[in-house]
Write a protein that binds this ligand. Structure first.
Ligand code: SAH
Length: 693
């Protein structure tokens, strides 16, 4: 089946029709899947194996046959563990067809075909009975259906159904239980992902303070979970206001209810401060006694030596609906509400001399509604973007550059999504300021923002795409200063923001002959790196706990090479430490003072590997040259130290191109080099690259 999907090209902005058949979807899903990461998660695998062995033994000790139901079998791994542990029969359920097919192959290759039946269905479609998918109900329930938020992948409704229809009463479950932990913290850094802080601008006529509209101030934000590698958050970036508290647990061996509910715990702050954030993670006990425990606890809670790196399970950051000042030792209640798929938090203060009965009364205060953005800004700006807008060092660079180029008679047009630049340009004295947010006019209208700062008459919003700009939009004036951050919500890879160049080209007829374009140019930079851990997500596994899973490796490799188009992928590298093996190198430049050329921009060359290490891939990022000596990097912030450690822009994702084979460089001998060919196709806006080691 072939379908054609229309979408705006993120770089060129033009509409294009892409052929997106079933094949395309599934190759994307496999290529970017977390299966490899799960198979590399030694801690998880070992503990599942221990838990499964223990559950099979308990059933056998009761003199029963061990019949296993493995929901979401993936590669078949957990069923193979059960069969090896002596289970009599396993029903391995997998809804995703390509995975179910792979599971059949892997099970066969490992010699378990007579013990494991792979069923390509969603578990809620599975039937039990003499003619059913399963002959009888199972007495061991094995699953791994958890995401970073525990329940986001639908574990609760799946368990609820399985207990009703697929397993026996009193069955053994692996894992046996999950527990969610929380800790209340104050963190300017994390709070800056949800709120817009006032921006201070030193203008000609005194200091101006830009404030967000009250609707944005009081907005609860979006419900989607904020999952991050909390282990990369330095302890100096937050302050813990409470101990770690158990929020709730789920016993998977008993009937599970998925209906919305809430849990409440009492807290006493260990320190006074501003309660802003709830950090959360979970652990699973593979057995009833809790001896086999697999935890996502961050570094300050558990010894660093016990940390297992994984990307399929991380930690959660929840934003309280509003900031709440709390005092050390005062009595607080933290409430977790959940529906079938997500969790959200609120904080209540206990009133003076409160009794148990009063506590009951609090229940009426519980916000049962999940957070929904009312100000619409949270729909336009994702969390890293909020962080970026709140980055004062960055804002100062723009202010400094704008000051250099703006004059009192400047006619300024700003092209960027949800940008502060129009306001800055106005404060810094431009005569006429207009703005255009090409990709998402529908999502968020900056009018409210301008109004909150009494600028609604001063800054005009042009609701047209760049190619439809008319002289009347500009009051028949020519643009003397064209600015952009550039930032567009449609960008996934760093170079997608080159859309600014295409927009600049489209508005060319409206530019004054001596126009200033800010940024004046951009450049693409590259560096060869060795990842501390990120390499695992794209690296073959071979065998996992003694089971041959090469079929899975081959399948991923095949999907990565689908249409022979290996691509760079976006990753926020502040979360994924790496070591530079080469110097950073500028590979392409894009001159915004000119229009986009007809021909492709390409370059070839080689980079020397200066340090000993494994070349896992190349990292690429953009730098914007705002004015003569002012540049902003969306990638490397700080040149690596002696050991090659690097500091990355905390608000941006960088592009990572994983090499298909890894080379180990030994600089003592001949320094090795990596040759590259990089081509920017100005028609498609895509960057193709090839590396030879
Ligand atoms: N059990 C494997 C894979 C876990 S990933 C392992 O531990 O390595 C979870 C898998 O469950 C995915 O392949 C997903 O497609 C599948 N899945 C999730 N919910 C399901 C359901 N209700 N029924 C069947 N498969 C499900």
């Amino acid at each position: 089946m072939k379908t054609f999907c229309g979408r705006a090209n993120p770089t060129t902005g033009s509409m294009e029709w892409l052929e997106e058949g079933e094949d395309y979807d599934y190759h994307q899903e496999i290529a970017r899947s977390r299966y490899a990461d799960m198979l590399h998660d030694k801690d998880r695998n070992v503990k599942y194996y221990q838990g499964i062995r223990a559950a099979v033994s308990r059933v056998k000790e009761r003199g029963e046959k061990a019949i296993v139901l493995d929901i979401g079998t993936g590669t078949g791994l957990l069923s193979m563990m059960a069969a090896s542990a002596g289970a009599d029969f396993c029903y391995a359920i997998e809804v995703f067809k390509p995975m179910a097919n792979a599971a059949v192959k892997i099970v066969e290759k490992n010699g378990f075909s007579d013990k494991i039946k792979v069923i390509n269905k969603h578990s809620t479609e599975v039937t039990v009975g003499p003619d059913g998918d399963m002959q009888c109900r199972a007495n061991i329930l094995v699953t791994e259906l958890f995401d970073t938020e525990l329940i986001g992948e639908g574990a609760l409704p799946t368990y609820e159904h399985a207990h009703k229809y697929l397993v026996q009463e009193g069955c053994e479950a692996v894992p046996h239980r999950a527990t969610v932990y929380v800790q209340l913290v104050e963190s300017r850094r994390m709070w800056s992902w949800k709120k817009l802080f006032p921006v201070h601008v030193e203008a000609e006529d005194g200091e101006k303070i830009l404030v967000p509209p009250s609707e944005m101030e009081n907005c609860p934000g979006v419900p989607s979970v904020c999952d991050i590698q909390l282990n990369q958050m330095p302890s100096s970036d937050f302050s813990t206001l409470s101990d770690v508290v158990t929020m709730f647990s789920v016993d998977f061996s008993k009937p599970v209810q998925s209906a919305s509910t809430y849990y409440r715990v009492q807290l006493e702050p260990v320190k006074s401060g501003k309660a802003q954030i709830v950090l959360s993670w979970w652990d699973i006990d593979m057995d009833p006694s809790g001896m086999i425990n697999c935890t996502m606890a961050p570094y300050w809670v558990k010894p660093t030596s016990a940390l297992q790196w994984r990307d399929h399970w991380m930690q959660c950051v929840y934003f309280l609906p509003r900031e709440e000042p709390v005092l050390q030792g005062e009595k607080l209640y933290l409430t977790a509400c959940r529906d079938e798929y997500s969790v959200w938090y609120s904080l209540q203060k206990a009133r003076e001399g409160e009794s148990k009965a009063d506590e009951e009364e609090h229940k009426a205060d519980v916000p049962v509604e999940s957070p929904v953005c009312r100000c619409r800004a949270h729909l336009l700006w994702n969390r890293p973007r909020f962080g970026e807008l709140n980055d004062q060092t960055r804002t100062r660079q723009y202010i400094k550059s704008l000051r250099k180029v703006l004059k009192t008679d400047s006619v300024c047009l700003c092209i960027s999504d949800g940008s502060l630049l129009p306001v800055l340009a106005h404060y810094l004295g431009a005569k006429q300021v207009q703005c255009m947010q090409p990709s998402r006019i529908d999502l968020y209208h900056p009018h409210e923002f301008f109004k909150a700062n009494h600028l609604e008459d001063k800054i005009k919003i042009i609701e047209a795409r760049p190619e439809l700009l008319k002289p009347s939009h500009l009051e028949d004036k020519k643009i003397s200063v064209l600015v952009g951050e550039p930032f567009f919500t449609t960008s996934l890879l760093p170079w997608h923001n080159l859309y600014f160049w295409y927009a600049r080209t489209a508005v060319s007829p409206h530019l004054a002959s001596n126009v200033t374009v800010l940024p004046q140019s951009a450049s693409l930079h590259m560096m060869i790196v060795e990842f501390q851990d990120l390499w695992r997500i794209r690296s073959p596994c071979g065998t996992c706990e003694g089971f041959d899973v090469q079929t899975m490796d081959d399948m991923i490799k095949n999907s990565l090479n689908f249409r022979e188009s290996k691509e760079a992928e976006p990753h926020p590298l502040w979360e994924y430490p790496c070591k530079s093996l080469s110097d950073p190198q500028e590979v392409l430049t894009f001159d915004f003072t000119k229009t986009v050329p007809q021909h492709c921009l390409s370059t070839e060359g080689s980079v020397k590997l200066l340090r000993k290490g494994k070349s896992h891939g190349a990292v690429l990022w953009m730098e914007y040259h705002l004015a003569a000596d002012i540049s902003l990097s969306t990638g490397l912030m700080q040149l690596s130290d002696e050991q090659g450690n690097c500091e990355w822009n905390p608000h941006c994702k960088q592009a990572v191109y994983f090499f298909s084979s890894v080379i180990e460089s030994e600089i003592q001998s001949d320094p090795t080099a990596v040759t590259y060919a990089i081509k920017f196709d100005t028609k498609t806006g895509e960057i193709a690259m090839d590396f030879k080691l």
